[in-house]
Design a protein around this ligand. Sequence first.
Ligand code: C2O
Length: 421
Amino acid sequence: MKELPEDDPRSFMQQAYIHCAYCNGAYNQPGQGDLDIQVHNSWLFFPFHRWYLYFYERILGKLIDDPTFALPFWNWVNPKGMTIPPIFLDPNAAIYDAKRNPANLKAVVDLGRTGNEDPMQLVTNNLTVMYTEMVRGNADVYDFMGQPYREGTPVSPGPGSSERGSHTALHIFVGDPREPSGEDMGNFYSAGWDPLFYCHHANVDRMWLLWKDVLPKDKVPTKDITDPDYLNASFLFYDENAQLVRVYVKDSLDTRKMGYDLQRIDLPWLDYRPPIQMALARIKRTSSFFPKAASLFPLNLTKVVRFEVQKTKKGKADELLVLENITVDTTKFLKFDVFVNDEDDNPLELDKAAYAGTYAQVPHKSPKKLSTTSIRLKLTDLYEDMDIGDDDSIVVTIVPRHSGPGVTIGGIKIIENPPKA
Ligand code: C2O
């Protein structure tokens, strides 16, 4: 692939440009003023990348004349896979890339971006991140897949839990901080120039497959999106014969129909519900010296903040914490974590019931520097684990994991999980 002439659409150069074009505002929405097209931070995230890898894999298979060739996944959700696979580190290999963070070449991945340096704690943090983004933190299909994004609407309506969580963390973990924009993996425009990107995304793709197949049915009411604007969305790619083809989201929903499946192996994160945390949560509940949320928002997030949020309803309603009008500088890596009634205030540890979820983004270039998005975090299991379902309010802590400005959160509220249409 690397040896093909640069203008061959199957060349490594051109393959990487495809990703760049679909995420840096290269395409406009026809007839929609200055609205551009973005395949991240919405429900297009999983289907676009699945099709992208599909053709990448077929091109490689054709070039080595092996139609059974399959792209391996980097299994960073299992403790045994939580470092960069060593075959990517050989400087003489075609899959080597010099633009990677030298400090992380052999380090345990940090899916929570807490900066914790204890490898054992990193592993438990990672498993907790996975359990939270795959199981505990989502109330509906959009919370996992990403929010609806249609013709005529602005980019980045809201990334799903997996995209903003482990997916983003790995991009930043691998990207080289010595480069001006975290190249290669640390910025969308350049990510495709690191061959590791494709094996990272093969695992991201696997998370979608597993979410549909193994997540207990009682966790989300439905795992399918039936909206025609989703199903009929399409992308253009070059196939293994260098022919331009149009493919549809609706044809990406079943990998078996696309001709591939993924090896079924251990999923240690699947049972990784954090330990219950009741006693101290009760102590927290009696303390009332935290400011009310209303007095702090809109919040320009530059340091750890803690405040009280009123609940809509007592009892065990399926409640959601909504962070709305999150305005982000798209050119920066940004991340914050949300904790509820956190008792020990050790932000380096995530394996506790108080951890509710995460917002994060991979930096990218876009016609507009600012973009506005929102996230929802399901609290039902957290209430249960902390026995705080009957309280009138909760204490929320927001911990930024990036430095400097870049995020403003418009508002925060608790809502009941609305009935599904
Ligand atoms: Cu299109 Cu992980 O990025």
